[in-house]
Design a binder for this molecule. Structure first.
Ligand SMILES: Cc1cc2nc3c(=O)[nH]c(=O)nc-3n(C[C@H](O)[C@H](O)[C@H](O)COP(=O)(O)OP(=O)(O)OC[C@H]3O[C@@H](n4cnc5c(N)ncnc54)[C@H](O)[C@@H]3O)c2cc1C
Ligand code: SF4
Length: 490
């Protein structure tokens, strides 16, 4: 063996990264299960199960393909690599560019040789050129460029369907008593059971841990959910935990699926007339737009971007985030219970419930970010940092998004059925029955009035705030609500 090819747990694909030119006769493949990754923090066990079992299945598939594989457990990745170097007397270590600043720096210092990271559709230098030429980093502008550059949903130079964006069609509330097709269940095999036993965890059947399972999930989405994905994209309901979301992020993020094949499958279904343009465009925008944009921004922004706290939010993480029994707010109780069960909720609960609550309660962004990183199945540093710090809690002062995603109970009431089962009333902002979101939304605007008055995109909200005749009572109620949230009694 001449060289070591190091495969991080999010590069699990033989066709991309360092494996695409690997030679079974010359290359020793190394995967490291580091203690830092497994025990370093209070990780959700479903997440650990998914990541470790996927990596062990992948190692086995490489052995079946004729590679020599070392799957080692070690204190840290670097320590694991050093052990393998010494055992096999090989010094050269090759790796595709890692997905976090921290791992990049550690492997660079160790002396690894990098090859370009092709797990995304946008090379890092290309995004840097785009971002470097922008005054504000509007995702929509980047997305249109991606559509043209990648020639996706483009017809004779124009957007297919006559528009770049079908968002207006994609904001339906949930239908009443909505069932939808059954979820795909993934059977557990021997490797899964071994990992589950080591972790002392009973896994769900929600997440696949093999490429075959990930492909089955893609097929299930395309055949059973894709057509209705768009219109119900923003809806939330207690009747159905995923609605028509694809549940593909974990596999896109750990390498079992590549964005290229996911988009190809989507376009094939659209070209065959199986899905309407609003669903196809909406989904394509998530993959070639948002996902690529967020990854590009992670690398474009400095490593210390994650430490931003421009709104000076100092509240400690609320107990309701780590324990769903610590709140009476139905929307949050249901969302946190879902996370406890399967480490996933879709985009709108992440943004308009969890992040919105952290934002308007003035929760410390880094505490909230750490919690989000620990509990989501698909959480990686590159995707959580811009989504939380930039989009979710506006901690970067608007560097990424021009205005904060703050909302009161009216939005949640319109887009979900949560409020019907809640002891609070989304229409009320003062009094014991007032919805905490509604009270705290106005309190938040008032606390940051001086900042927001300078932002022309916030003028309507500030105008609304100025019209409130009951602001003094509202401020008192807000203090009660914040105290109750801290104690876990609201
Ligand atoms: C505060 C916050 C935190 C988030 N944290 C993560 C995270 O840790 N990991 C993660 O993969 N996604 C994250 N997202 C984005 C999005 O919520 C998830 O990708 C999505 O819910 C995953 O479920 P799905 O595969 O069914 O997605 P779908 O709704 O079916 O969307 C399809 C795909 O689009 C991509 N996508 C959509 N929006 C985004 C986005 N904003 N950033 C990156 N990719 C996107 C994902 O790969 C997703 O699989 C976050 C969003 C917010 C607002
Ligand atoms: S009333 Fe408020 S707290 Fe209750 S479910 Fe609706 S938005 Fe959530």
């Amino acid at each position: 063996m001449k060289r070591i090819i190091y495969i991080p747990f999010d590069h699990l694909n033989q066709k991309y990264g360092a494996l695409k030119n690997a030679n079974p006769k010359e290359d020793l493949i190394v995967l490291v299960e580091s203690a830092r990754m497994t025990t370093g923090r209070d990780w959700h066990k479903e997440r650990l199960f998914f990541l470790i079992s996927s990596a062990r299945h992948f190692a086995k598939s490489l052995e079946d393909a004729g590679f020599t594989v070392e799957y080692v457990k070690a204190e840290t990745t670097i320590y694991g690599l050093k052990t393998v170097q010494a055992k096999h007397k090989i010094t050269e270590v090759i790796c595709a560019e890692p997905s976090s600043h921290r791992q990049f720096a550690a492997l660079k210092e160790f002396g690894a040789t990098f090859i370009a990271n092709d797990f995304f559709l946008t090379p890092r230098p290309l995004f840097e050129d785009w971002a470097g030429s922008q005054k504000s980093f509007l995702m929509e502008n980047f997305y249109r460029l991606q559509r043209s550059r990648l020639n996706i949903l483009i017809n004779k130079g124009k957007p297919t369907g006559g528009a770049w964006n079908f968002d207006k069609e994609n904001r339906l509330p949930p239908p009443k008593k909505y069932e939808g097709p059954p979820y795909l269940e993934h059977k557990r095999d021997q490797i899964d059971l071994e990992v589950a036993k080591e972790l002392g965890h009973t896994p769900t059947t929600t997440w696949a841990t093999t490429r075959a399972g990930a492909l089955a999930q893609l097929k299930n989405f395309i055949n059973n959910h894709f057509a209705e994905f768009g219109p119900l994209e923003d809806a939330m309901t207690t009747d159905n935990w995923a609605l028509h979301h694809s549940l593909l992020s974990p596999y896109l993020n750990n390498g079992l699926l590549h964005a290229e094949e996911v988009v190809a499958a989507a376009i094939k279904a659209f070209d065959a007339g199986k899905v309407p343009i609003e669903s196809c465009e909406g989904f394509v925008r998530q993959i070639i737009g948002w996902r690529e944009y967020v990854n590009g921004m992670y690398w474009f922004l400095a490593p210390d971007y994650r430490e931003n706290n421009q709104l000076k939010a100092t509240r400690k993480l609320l107990p309701l985030f780590t324990d769903s029994s610590k709140t009476k707010m139905n929307c949050i109780k249901e969302t946190v219970s879902d996370i406890e069960e399967r480490a996933w909720v879709h985009h709108i609960p992440r943004l308009m419930l969890l992040s919105n609550l952290a934002l308007i309660t003035g929760t410390n962004p880094q505490e909230f970010l750490d919690w989000m990183r620990e509990v989501f199945i698909d959480a990686s540093e590159w995707v959580m940092v811009p989504n939380v710090i930039g989009m979710g809690v506006h901690a970067d002062g608007g560097a990424m998004m021009t205005k904060p995603y703050a909302a009161g109970g009216a939005y949640i009431s319109r887009m979900s059925n949560y409020c019907r089962g809640c002891e609070y009333n989304p229409k009320l902002r003062i009094g014991e029955s007032a919805c905490p979101f509604t009270t705290l939304y106005w309190d938040f605007l008032d606390r940051h009035r001086e900042t927001f008055v300078k932002n022309h995109r916030m003028s309507q909200q500030v105008f609304g705030l100025n019209q409130l005749s009951d602001l003094p009572e509202l401020k008192l109620r807000a203090q009660e609500v914040l105290k109750g949230l801290d104690k876990g009694t609201i």
